[in-house]
Design a protein around this ligand. Sequence first.
Ligand code: C2E
Ligand code: MG
Ligand code: MG
Ligand code: MG
Length: 286
Amino acid sequence: RAKQKGRNTWHVYSQELHDELASRLEISKRLRHAIEHEKLTLYYQPQVDMTTRKIIGLEVLVRWIEDDGTIIGPDQFIPIAEDSGLILPISDFVLQNACKQLGRWRQQGFTDLRISVNLSGRQFQTPDLTKQILFAIRNAGIPAAYVELELTEQVLIENQESHTQFMHDMRENGITLAIDDFGVGYSSLSYLKHFPINALKIDRSFVKDIPEDKDDATITQTIISLAHNLDIGIVAEGVETEEQAQFLIERGCTIAQGFYYSKPLPVDEITQLLSQSNGVIPAKIS
Ligand code: C2E
Ligand code: MG
Ligand code: MG
Ligand code: MG
């Protein structure tokens, strides 16, 4: 009986594994098609100075729009794209288009805006990442100082050698670097002194339950102090409430990204936000 049960279990597991693989393959196929037919689009989420509610930057977040209008978020396809290598054409699309869009916004008079673009670890396996980035910036005719790249700690600890060169190349060209999802990677902090990093982005998981959760409050506060002491910038991710904003401001973190201010939005809606009241996000009427 036990054997039979075992066999059935194996069978179920194997079927699940098969389905999982088949669905990844299927998603890969559809994703390749989507890239070729330009079904990917960029959303932008404001980074806001919480003390003035003014938009100072925009994080670029990719979306996949299906033919029926369904929007697929990056968490559902970026990991698959990383495995299949499709992340490379996706990243190029994101970089080129985000830079061009910033160029358009600059022509419309929004000249102090910055864009933040997420980098994938896979991009470091391409020999010409630096060239690719510089080309996108020059092609769009925008100043490199208005482009920030976001890397996770995970990406940083893999392959430190090539990163050192890359990061110095970026800094030399005026491009800034931020550590994304800071605090959740299990890395040593020593890279903070080896790499030219401009800002830390406090992971959303710590912000979510402040100020009530005392541990999260302590961790958040400690990350803010760390950034201050290292003389680098600090951005809070995932701010959803006034209380979270107040807590952060009182502890010296004044820049945030989160649904409390704005969700990621398509170009037209961002342009509208930028145009109204000088890029200041209106206060919520409560
Ligand atoms: P991330 O870089 O940490 O981006 C922030 C994510 O948090 C975004 O999810 C954003 O919508 C979400 N978020 C922002 N504020 C709030 C909030 O107040 N509450 C909640 N619950 N969520 C909030 P999104 O757009 O689904 O992106 C997920 C991840 O996918 C990103 O995390 C990033 O790692 C990756 N990603 C997105 N676009 C790209 C891309 O172009 N290239 C690469 N390599 N990765 C990308
Ligand atoms: Mg990011
Ligand atoms: Mg993040
Ligand atoms: Mg993330």
